[in-house]
Design a protein around this ligand. Structure first.
Ligand SMILES: [Zn+2]
Length: 153
């Protein structure tokens, strides 16, 4: 039931007239984390806390969907499960680390600059950080979190 509501909405805003082709027209353009509020997904699910914005370049349409439904596109490059897990991880404890993929994502989306990216990679594997290394990592985590909760990443 849920899947069909979603696919109807997606097909409606695509050029293709069927889900199998329509799902390929879309790109993920933003992931916004919500702190104290909820949004609703196109499938009718009302309590999404991670809003994935997808865009169709053919129709110039845009849809906000939840993490619940982004998986239904079955497109690896749109799968943000790991990214969101990482974000929740550092949100819960800012001294924790993002994994390499999440870090790369933040760099490629210009949330952090090259120097910050390189620094993070450099200290990433270290078992014990000096106080200033930890401080700098937390600073970078905070930059990422701020963006993720404010404008999205
Ligand atoms: Zn959904």
């Amino acid at each position: 039931m849920e899947k069909w509501t979603l696919s109807d909405r997606v097909v409606e805003k695509s050029i293709a007239d069927n889900w199998d082709e329509a799902r390929l027209e879309w790109d993920l353009i933003n992931v916004l984390m919500l702190e104290n509020e909820y949004e609703s997904c196109e499938c009718g699910h009302y309590t999404i806390k991670e809003v994935c914005t997808i865009y169709n370049n053919n129709t110039k349409e845009q849809l906000d969907i939840g993490n619940c439904c982004i998986k239904k596109f079955e497109r690896e490059e749109m799968d943000v499960t790991d990214l969101i897990r990482c974000m929740k991880n550092i949100y819960g404890d800012e001294s924790k680390s993002l994994n390499k993929e999440a870090l790369k994502y933040c760099f490629e989306h210009k949330i952090i600059n090259r120097a910050q990216y390189k620094y993070y990679i450099e200290i990433w594997r270290k078992r014990k950080l000096t106080e200033s290394q930890l401080e700098r990592k937390i600073e970078i985590n905070q930059i990422i979190l701020k963006k993720a909760f404010k404008n999205g990443i």
